[in-house]
Design a binder for this molecule. Structure first.
Ligand SMILES: NC(=O)c1ccc[n+]([C@@H]2O[C@H](COP(=O)([O-])OP(=O)(O)OC[C@H]3O[C@@H](n4cnc5c(N)ncnc54)[C@H](OP(=O)(O)O)[C@@H]3O)[C@@H](O)[C@H]2O)c1
Length: 355
């Protein structure tokens, strides 16, 4: 709830800040803090060419765990959060004030923003925002299936995996944000789709709601190589890898000739001080398997094409999209930390306000 301090549109701006860099393993809720000690003016300074956003929905993404560490060699893809300042991520917001020629007051946008009620984005930051033209679908979807998550699934599956009808596809973290989209898109392509997840509830969702052909709970399978052999007696043509670690090793020995592995993410690596290592790579040689990492931002030129593809599927109810909504900035730390323990069922979103 916005609290006016009177005079000049100054209000309290609740924020989720990183207390200090995380050291020694997985981030904890206590590494983050919700504070209400800073204020913001709801009018941009005269001459500003940026945007003032009211943040509505925030996306919880696994890579944000890496940003909580001090990254020694920052890349353009990932930089550390700054201790004492609001953490950053993708979100959906409403423009409150704008000096940017592309955006006007009242526009809905998605893109990189702060974990706070209001954010002032510079001209450069605002240049990377996407204006939301289709508001007949839930706005929160632009944190996921209509934003980064969906583009990750689309680019990874079509551009990296190059699927063909009838191929055997395996998806890890299959009930998660990216995995659920990949699995359903693979089914539309006429592929045989197997997914894994970490609880019975998620297994039921994959089977009964998302329509995966076969599913297994990786936590209950003592021998992952054997499990994959059972699910894929003919071998795997495409592996969409969201987790890395032991699963990638088990997949490598089960790949078919000319198989493709999209290295999308390695959520298991965020939980270790030392990388686990890959032991079965030698199998990729004989089977002519192509492993390719990708970053969805390299494919943003495909975003309009992706929207043309996915919006009708959403409107016609042909694709199911699971969201796990946490309400209020106060719930942000636990929602964000929860995705690394698999607490989320579907895309984890923090709802700050609906409009
Ligand atoms: N390349 C890119 O451009 C790009 C863009 C976006 C996301 N990504 C990556 O895509 C992957 C999926 O992201 P998302 O947003 O869809 O996350 P998500 O699946 O919604 O959440 C992460 C899930 O990972 C699973 N998990 C956690 N720890 C695990 C472990 N030790 N072993 C196996 N599974 C584990 C959990 O599900 P279970 O209960 O099933 O274990 C958890 O729900 C992540 O690796 C992310 O970094 C890449």
């Amino acid at each position: 709830m916005m609290q006016s301090l009177g005079g000049d549109g100054e209000v309290i701006n609740k924020q989720v800040i990183l207390k200090d860099y995380v050291t020694g393993g997985t981030a904890k809720e206590s590494d983050l803090e919700v504070i209400s000690t800073r204020t913001i003016n709801l009018k941009l300074p005269k001459g500003s060419d940026g945007v003032l956003l009211k943040n509505l929905y925030l996306s919880c993404d696994p890579y944000m765990h890496a940003c909580m560490n001090k990254i020694e060699n920052p890349s353009i893809d990932i930089v550390s959060f700054s201790p004492g300042l609001p953490i950053r991520g993708f979100g959906v917001g409403k423009v409150v004030d704008s000096g940017h020629p592309k955006f006007g007051k009242g526009d809905f946008v998605w893109g990189s923003t702060g974990w706070e009620e209001y954010s002032v984005l510079s001209r450069l930051e605002s240049d990377n925002l996407f204006k939301i033209d289709h508001t007949d679908v839930p706005l929160s979807y632009y944190t996921g299936i209509l934003g980064v998550t969906g583009m990750t699934a689309y680019a990874g599956f079509f551009e990296i995996c190059c699927p063909k009808k009838g191929e055997y596809v395996f998806v890890s973290a299959a009930s998660g944000a990216v995995g659920q989209v990949v699995g359903q898109v693979a089914k539309f392509m006429g592929c045989h789709v197997v997914g894994c997840a970490g609880s019975q509830e998620k297994i039921d969702l994959l089977k009964n709601k998302l329509g995966f052909h076969e599913v297994f709970n990786y936590k209950e399978e003592p021998d992952l190589e054997a499990t994959l052999r059972r699910c894929f007696p003919e071998g795997i043509d495409i592996y969409f890898d969201n987790v890395g670690g032991k699963m990638l090793d088990a997949v490598l020995v089960n790949m078919r000739r000319n198989g493709r592995i999209a290295l999308c993410g390695m959520v298991t690596e965020f939980q270790k001080d030392k990388p686990q290592g890959v032991y079965n790579l030698i199998h990729a040689i004989g089977n002519r398997v192509r492993l390719e990492g990708f970053i969805m931002s390299d494919y943003l030129h495909l975003y309009p094409k992706y929207l043309d593809f996915v919006l009708p599927l959403i409107r016609e109810g042909k694709i199911v999209y699971l969201e796990d909504l946490a309400y209020g900035l106060e719930s942000g730390p636990s929602a964000l930390i929860g995705i690394l323990t698999g607490r989320n069922k579907g895309k984890q979103v923090v709802v700050i306000a609906k409009e």
